[in-house]
Design a protein around this ligand. Structure first.
Ligand SMILES: *Cc1c(COP(=O)(O)O)cnc(C)c1O
Length: 477
């Protein structure tokens, strides 16, 4: 095609003013601010210009390109992109229960209810109702945390990375923190123990080797500069084979002998002994506290199943010194988080209920019977609604816990697999990811798979609807 022809077509793009004078656009102006509508037209026309520049067969499509009924949906879509939130709910069909990229733990309805209750008006966030004077924002969860864990004192901050930073900075700024080489972990993206150490102003003193660290390694490293013995849960990996690590118990003894505080970063921080429910051993918070450790830290949104938070438990005098660290203010927990966290923690008073109702724990505990029923519901809906273009089957597979918890745990699961004779698995995955609500699936052996573990019963109609829409759109083409 000649460049001049392309120029001619480009010149025919309608002007913003022309478009604004249409009745349909005036109607939009009744609902949306003028700036939004004008911006939508600009962006829509920008896309049109791009299309004209990229098309090879322009003359044939010129008429339809500029037809208002074709442009209008483009503008509507551009309005939507401006006024709708970018942060949206998605359907997690990956089977990864604690999925950091997908927002980790879905909250219990009571936690949601309490968040709304606290958020819609004023609250006693920092107000002591008994005394009628200024109160402490951390007091609301301290008692329940101590009761559940057996700790003397408790504190909550923005997240566990913040908790570790705060604790290390308070106890060891300008001094040495002794850590095993087997525990210098990176937990996704930016959280690496050596880097956190640097930022906290402490000096990292590595001891032992990657696979084996002994008590004597710690002992030999304790000099005049030592301020803290730190144990880090290796979370997302395990060292297997010829290995040896020092137990928290022994480390606590060593700390006592040398009058050094011992801190345990538990990572996931489980309050329930999961082996009772047929899962692998994850050290519990209570066990850690029972060793007499000075401080433990863990996340609120991993195995606790609550909102993003960093929980710090431990000895009263140490937590007191942490509370007055100016960093506290920078890492402080928000009232919505606090409301959701408190409600979640209260559920743990009844362990059985926590296991059955807190979404994260419930998903981990789902048995094959429940997963099969869910899979069958989805399959049945799809078989009824999708006439052609998709082949479905229920199969057995394994899901992952995610979030750095129980990395070796294999959770037997049921997946619905899908393939289409007309379309690649990658393009199906993309279309579903871009549908509303977005559906995040997994590709396995050239099929698209939907893991029933992380899709709730309420989401089955939405999931079926999304799949149906993507396959039917394809049939229309
Ligand atoms: C996940 C994890 C962290 C980081 O916790 P966030 O709540 O994500 O900040 C720190 N340490 C360990 C061992 C972890 O597993």
């Amino acid at each position: 095609m000649s460049p001049t022809l392309r120029q001619q077509v480009l010149r025919k793009i309608p002007s913003v003013d022309d478009l604004l004078s249409r009745q349909e656009m005036s109607d939009l102006l009744k609902t949306y601010p003028r700036t939004v509508v004008v911006e939508a037209i600009r962006r829509g026309l920008g896309r049109l210009r791009e299309e004209i520049l990229n098309r090879s067969d322009l003359s044939a499509s010129e008429e339809t390109l500029f037809a208002f009924e074709n442009l209008f949906p483009l503008f509507q879509k551009e309005i939507g992109l401006q006024v709708q939130p970018r942060l949206r709910r998605v359907i997690n069909a990956t089977g990864i229960v604690i999925h950091t990229n997908l927002g980790r733990a879905p909250l219990h309805p009571l936690a949601l209810k309490q968040m709304i209750e606290v958020a819609k008006g004023y609250s006693n966030l920092e107000y002591d109702l008994a005394l009628g004077e200024r109160g402490d924002r951390y007091s609301h969860v301290e008692e329940i945390l101590c009761r559940l864990s057996g700790a003397e004192s408790a504190l909550v901050v923005n997240n566990n990375a913040g908790a570790v930073l705060l604790v290390v900075n308070t106890l060891a700024e300008g001094k040495e923190v002794i850590v095993s080489r087997g525990e210098l972990v990176e937990i996704g993206g930016a959280f690496r123990i050596p880097d956190v150490m640097k930022r906290s102003g402490a000096l990292l003193r590595e001891v032992g080797t990657t696979n084996r660290t002994h008590l004597t390694d710690y002992e030999k490293a304790i000099g005049s500069q030592a301020a803290l013995l730190l144990k880090v849960h290796t979370s997302n990996f395990r060292v297997m084979g010829f290995t040896s690590e020092v137990s928290l118990q022994d480390l606590v003894q060593l700390g006592k002998q040398h009058r050094l505080p011992v801190v345990d970063d538990l990572g996931s921080g489980c309050l329930i002994d999961l082996t009772k429910y047929g899962l692998e051993k994850e050290p519990t918070v209570q066990e850690a506290i029972r060793t007499g450790v000075d401080v433990v830290t863990f996340s609120g949104d991993k195995l606790l199943g609550g909102p993003q938070a960093g929980i710090i438990l431990g000895k009263k005098d140490i937590l007191k010194s942490i509370k007055v660290n100016p960093l506290m203010r920078a890492l402080r927990i928000d009232k919505l988080t606090l409301a959701a966290l408190e409600s979640t923690l209260l559920l743990f008073l009844d362990e059985k209920r926590a296991m059955e109702e807190i979404p994260t724990l419930r998903m981990l505990g789902l048995d094959m019977g429940a997963l099969k029923r869910r899979g069958n519901r989805l399959l049945k809906r799809l078989q009824e609604k999708v006439k052609k273009g998709g082949q479905f089957a229920l199969k057995e597979d394994v899901s992952q816990v995610g979030g750095g918890a129980l990395p070796l745990q294999e959770l037997p699961t049921i997946i619905l697999s899908m393939k289409s004779p007309d379309r690649s698995v990658n393009s199906l995955e993309e279309s579903l990811r871009k549908s509303e609500p977005p559906i995040i699936s997994r590709i396995s052996k050239d099929e698209l798979v939907f893991d029933m573990r992380t899709v709730s019963d309420e989401e089955i109609p939405l999931l079926a609807g999304g799949i149906e829409k993507v396959l039917n759109q394809m049939n229309e083409k």
